[in-house]
Design a protein around this ligand. Structure first.
Ligand SMILES: [Fe+2]
Length: 259
């Protein structure tokens, strides 16, 4: 990685990374031949534990966020994030924007789903367990989703980077929104029901095969129901637009389940 023109590093939280995490970040910054597999190996070599990430945990995060998401370290070449997964949390289906390489380490039993775009049709390639401490390489073309189907919360570490500088390493990440039938572009989290102000663009023309669409819609419905339930618990009236969208979503689920 060429750091000669690097801007000052931004520590997104006023917390010093643990020695092991700090050493990992320095090792990656000094690697001039970064690739998904090399980052994966650097993470394995670092021997991190969940304790190294604890300062960035965000369990019981806001329901409008599909999972907890905190930045550890950001520069124009490297982005290090910690995600917090409560039971039932699932990211939306997404890619990683401008990232050229990356890797993810889970510290609990996660579910990892991989997709492929066949023309304008999104298809599921695999839905597989991601066991605790496993590290997955992230290729620039990867379309995937992570989630917590279990009953225990856990953290995960996400590292993404580029050889050339960029304002947002994972900027313009695409969320594959099968209910809207488009790819939503965002510079933030890969959340279901992304607020309009977090959508920086849209690319139309997206469909899913039946199984992929049904699974997406069930997960979207779950998140919408959670958001509405929280609003009602807090004494806020449920958003009528969200309720209307939920009704329309249920009609699509019923139709897709009928054949
Ligand atoms: Fe991802």
């Amino acid at each position: 990685m060429n750091l000669s023109a690097s801007s000052p590093v931004i520590l997104a939280e006023p917390i010093a990374p643990s020695t092991r995490l700090n050493n990992l970040i320095r090792t990656i910054e000094q690697d001039n031949h970064c690739s998904p597999q090399r980052i994966r190996q650097h993470i394995l070599d670092a021997g991190l534990s969940a304790q190294d990430l604890q300062a960035w945990s965000d369990f019981k995060h806001a329901t409008i966020h599909s999972y907890g998401r905190k930045a550890v370290y950001e520069s124009r070449y490297l982005e290090v994030m910690v995600m917090s997964w409560d039971p039932g949390d699932f990211s939306a289906i997404h890619d990683h924007g401008h990232a050229q390489w990356g890797a993810v380490q889970c510290f609990g039993e996660a579910e990892h789903s991989i997709y492929v775009l066949d023309g304008d049709v999104l298809r599921t390639v695999a839905i597989e367990p991601c066991h605790a401490n496993a590290v997955h390489a992230v290729n620039p073309e990867l379309i995937h989703q992570m989630g917590n189907p279990g009953e225990s919360s856990f953290l995960s570490l996400h590292i993404y980077g580029r050889q050339e500088p960029a304002d947002f390493i994972t900027g313009d990440a695409q969320i594959f929104e099968l209910f809207e039938g488009c790819k939503q572009l965002t510079n933030g989290g890969a959340f279901f029901c992304l607020p309009e102000e977090q959508i920086v663009g849209r690319r139309s023309g997206l469909r899913g095969d039946r199984a992929t669409t049904l699974r997406h819609h069930h997960q979207l419905r779950d998140r919408m129901q959670r958001i509405l339930a929280e609003q009602e618990k807090d004494g806020q009236p449920g958003q009528s637009a969200l309720k209307t969208k939920l009704d329309q979503l249920q009609i699509q689920i019923n139709f897709l389940s009928s054949y």
